[in-house]
Ligand binder design. Sequence first.
Ligand code: IVH
Length: 694
Amino acid sequence: MCAVATVDPGLRARHDALVRDVQAHAYRYYVLDDPTVSDAEYDALYRELVALEQAHPELVHPGSPTQRVGDQPRGDLVKYERPARMFSLDNAYSADDLRAFDERVRRGLREGERFAYVAEPKLDGASIEIVYEVAGSRATLTMVSTRGDGKVGELVTENVRTIKSLPLVLELAPEIGEKVDRLTLRGEVVIHRKDLDAINADREKNGEEPFANPRNAAAGSLRMLDPRVVARRPLRVSLYQLVEGPKLHGTHAESLEWIATVGLPTHRRQVICASIDDVLSAIGDFDRARGGYPFETDGVVVKIDEYRQQSILGETAKFPRWAIAYKFAAERVVTEVRGVQVQVGRTGALTPVADLSPVLLAGTTVSRASLHNFDRVTSFDVRVGDFVEIEKAGEIIPQVIRVLHDRRPECTTPTPVPTECPECGTQVVRAGEEVALRCPNRRCPAVVRAALHYYSRRFAMDIDHLGPSLIDQLVQSKLVSDVADLYDLTVEQLVELERMAKKSASNVVAQITGSKQRPFDRLLTALGIPQIGQVAARQLAEEIPSLEALLELGAEGAARAAGSIHGFGPAMVDAIRAWIADDDNRAVLEKLRARGVSVPYQRARVSLEGPLVGKSFCVTGVLSRKREEVHEDIRAAGGEVHDAVKSGTTYLVAGEKVGQTKLDAARKKGVQVIDENGLMAMLGKPPVGQTSLV
Ligand code: IVH
């Protein structure tokens, strides 16, 4: 049977426009080498096309840019549960920490047993795991995943395949090919410092925020959806660990040598050390040399060389006992304070930020540093004109560490502590024991802007295209004064704004309208109730599943419901009560309800009877219905739903255009692959009709 799909002409027109635009931009980008939009804008259009095609597979046709060979339309990256956890490393910050590590190693081995360390640069990028399948003497790159939480990562195979320094096939010596059927390696995707400067210059030209460091740039690029965009990024791979493969002679150093000889990229800077004193002197050498490395390093990884000894030492719940990461002391530099700005956040908190003479710190140019709060400004006595020492210790935002009072020029004046909000002039307050000064005005433009930004974030209502400059214009033009106003925006209003073409305006409105479908727990997160993050919001939605239920319960009822949740302390309950009791907040909730925002939260329903009891399913690819609906059917029939293919998964339900990597993962784990009709048969339902592809 061949059902002829009817398609909404509006959707068809949007699809046609997206196909045309993506194609045109791709042509300028790849052929003319003269893009007119930024990578992020291109990726956003591509994402919209993928999402539209996933929701309406009947729109897909062979001319769509998503149908190129090797392109998998993906709403998001596919999750991958790896057989062995990818551990991270315990940190050492001093010679004492390293000697203590050495002591632990000695206690773990036989008394007096000899052992060696390998010291090597700690690369500052995004970690990945790479798998080559071996057949005969040939090894083929088949799967690359990010670290994720260690156990479950994301598949980024197509993106990493674009990295030119990584061979897609390797020729192994025949005697090795015979012994192993798979190579698993770990390493880092990095961006060289000079390449980052070039990317950032481009981004600034396009009005985009520059990447704060090579690590962010590498991690961000790795997770882009269109591999062709990734192909343009100057990414490199450097491998530092052989996890599965020929354990030649049984040591890590020899494996690193072997990795290099088969043509795989590795740092080639390992040093074998006979004692912890040798390690300390190698660390000194690395520290002196690292400024000249093309890549960023933030430390030295110290590993036991012999695999046999590594396995004797084993792992704790979090880290291997046979390795440690020594972190170089955070770099500090001195620079001049040109001004002190005050930022007003979502909760109205005032944060002082120092404007600095730009200086190079840990590989990036820094021109601002946080001063945290006005107590610190007063106790440091930071003044405009002062010289201050700043530090970047792992986190991205540099901190002011101290003021060099002896270098203070004449005629400086103490930095005033604001009594009024710099945005709206309202008198600031200090609540109880709090350090922060706050602007109590709920309509303060700065507070509204920050609330809108938070509301639209990915983990909240996930509204793409609502960037800082648009939010700024919306608030300034008074089109929006709370999050509910977003839903009243029209294309006609938006095109009046600066730099807003009709197409972008309809995109924005479509994105905002789309967010009405987010389940209630996401709305609860997005509202930014103090103390209520994503996890608490989900727990709260289990008790209060909809906006209607929340409004009906009111402040006291909601506080009572919250009080019954395991792990909700009095501070959280009070925060919920106070937030809902506030008239302004309740007015926003009423407005959201009137505009039809949020669908009720659906508790994962598990049935204890039905044809699928004891079976588990992972659903992937394009199906005739929404994936959530299929999940619901499986659960209602007693089955379990897995996000990723795990070793315990019974079936992979593969829709159309399923990714090869997912099929491979299933095959390797012995998971049976069925199609949508296979599932329908198990559910005792009639088969679905085929949809026409053109
Ligand atoms: S070995 C089980 N070697 O640092 C040991 N890791 O802070 C696996 N890293 O998650 C790690 N350079 O992403 C190792 N030469 C190196 C490294 C390195 C960077 C990363 C890695 C790890 C993190 C731990």
